[in-house]
Design a protein around this ligand. Structure first.
Ligand SMILES: [Cu+2]
Length: 491
């Protein structure tokens, strides 16, 4: 029954014109094979689907009860690893909520150490954000409340403790959130949770022989972000899933600490990208490969009507026109008698036109890595505008309901996914060129390649707080922990 994932990738296929991710190339893209990917991992475990948590209603408020806890998780048969999770031993439930609802999340910290829980992607009061200032002490409960302002989207939550975010997320303090809204509910998109609509948290870990995955970053890990050699989907190694419909929607989240994934399918088939971080695109975009930095989400729909098994895979580029499989995340196995899904609608959402003329201010954020001496010893040279994160310093004060242009310049030799709290922005351009259609949607994280720049159109609405700041930072968690982060207030 266990079908080698790597067997599926041992093909060299010549494909049509490729629509690529951030590192786009026109022309023919070849999906090759890799000796490295021909490893020991087989698709031998059923994909874990996180429990769906719709909370409970109390009056007009939807209430969730979350418990951050220590646990033991069996990733490999017969071996247990100490982990952390939310309402479970590793990762957490998928929270489901609806636009315009008031919600309250009771977060109890059952760890023996402090933690936070940040609602990644939401426009919300600063005190409810769950960033480094909203510390939850061991044994106590934090109960943020906010209105769900976001459109239908795939969001997530994770610990954001100052200096310990990387360690906490590595251990498992993360989960996904599905937001629904009226317009998207009326669309014929796969939306049967756990059947044709699957949350897929993509991660990689490095295990010891005893089946544990301690967080002990080397200097190299601190510099590059900790990258494992074992891929996991929802904490499942070598995952497979039996599909029963011709179309399947995958809500992809890059929940890794430091890996930038290029996601496609083992046979190089095209699929439809339907949503960016903050919601549906105006129209589906046919792609062969999408690039995802830590923190980014992408909703995709894949057509399995040919009945062939296919594997969701992270590829690496080996030449201008050829990619090679690196990680096999999930094998999809279509049932012989799959039902035929309705086709993906040609129009998905209405996105307001970009209007850079509305911007009243431009800010520049220079991302840089300097002075690598001292890395791994609490020091390090990860900076934004020459400064490292200081909990006591507010780097920017922004006026509510104004539109700004933020220019993010990457002066370093590594890619950095730049994330801004409390907003969904749009990419104006990359090095002066408009964004490709597949990333021309609502975003809260933008991957900026070495030596490149991106300009985003950004605004902060609804909430002010003169004292409590929000964060902007690199979402490579080791970089964030090393100081590539800053603070702003909205007044
Ligand atoms: Cu970074």
């Amino acid at each position: 029954m266990s079908n080698s994932i790597t067997g599926l990738t041992r093909r060299k296929l010549l494909l049509g014109t490729a629509a690529l991710g951030a590192a786009a190339t026109a022309g023919v893209l070849v999906f090759g094979q890799s000796s490295k990917a021909a490893g020991h991992i087989q698709s031998s475990n059923p994909l874990k689907i996180p429990p769906l948590d719709a909370g409970r209603m109390q009056g007009n408020t939807r209430i969730y009860d979350l418990d951050i806890q220590h646990g033991q998780t069996e990733f490999f048969g017969g071996m247990k690893a100490p982990t952390m999770g939310i309402n479970g031993s590793y990762l957490g439930p998928v929270l489901r909520m609806r636009q315009d609802e008031d919600i309250r999340i009771n977060v109890t910290n059952s760890l023996d150490e402090t933690a936070t829980l940040h609602w990644h992607g939401f426009n919300l009061p600063a005190i409810a954000d769950g960033g480094p200032h909203q510390i939850i002490n061991p044994g106590s409960t934090w109960s943020p409340e906010f209105k769900v302002l976001e459109k239908a989207s795939t969001m997530w939550y994770h610990s954001h403790l100052m200096g310990k975010t990387a360690e906490h997320v590595w251990a498992g303090i993360a989960g996904m959130i599905i937001v629904d809204d009226e317009p998207s509910s009326a669309l014929d998109l796969p939306n049967n949770y756990g059947v044709d609509d699957l949350p897929i948290a993509l991660q990689d870990r490095r295990f010891l022989r005893d089946g544990t995955m301690p967080y002990a970053p080397t200097m190299h890990d601190n510099m590059m972000g900790k990258i494992g050699d074992t891929p996991m989907a929802n904490g499942t190694i070598g995952a497979w899933f039996d599909t029963t419909t011709s179309l399947v929607r995958l809500r992809l989240l890059n929940a890794s600490n430091g890996s930038i994934y290029s996601i496609g399918f083992s046979d190089g088939r095209f699929f439809k990208k339907i949503a960016t971080d903050g919601g549906l695109l105006a129209a589906p975009v046919d792609v062969q490969l999408i690039s995802m930095g830590p923190g980014e989400r992408a909703e995709i729909v894949v057509d399995l009507s040919d009945g062939k098994n296919v594997t969701l895979t992270h590829f690496v580029r080996i030449s201008q026109s050829e990619v090679s499989p690196e990680f096999a995340f999930l094998e999809l196995r279509p049932a012989a008698n799959s039902t035929t899904s309705k086709p993906v609608p040609a129009t998905l959402a209405t996105l307001p036109p970009l209007n850079p003329e509305a911007a009243t201010n431009t800010r520049r954020f220079d991302l840089d890595m300097r002075g690598m001496m001292g890395m791994g010893m609490g020091g390090g040279g990860f900076m934004i505008n020459g400064e490292q994160m200081d909990m006591k310093v507010i780097n920017h004060t922004i006026k509510k309901d104004t539109v700004e242009i933020w220019e993010i310049r990457n002066l370093s030799r590594m890619s950095h996914p730049f994330h801004v709290h409390n907003t969904q922005f749009r990419i104006l351009d990359r090095d002066g060129r408009p964004p490709e259609p597949h990333e021309d949607g609502l975003k809260d994280t933008v991957l900026v390649l070495p030596g490149r720049s991106a300009r985003i159109l950004i605004s902060f609405n609804h909430y002010t707080d003169e004292k409590v700041p929000y964060m902007y930072h690199c979402h490579i968690l080791e970089h964030e922990d090393a100081g590539m982060m800053g603070q702003f207030t909205v007044v």
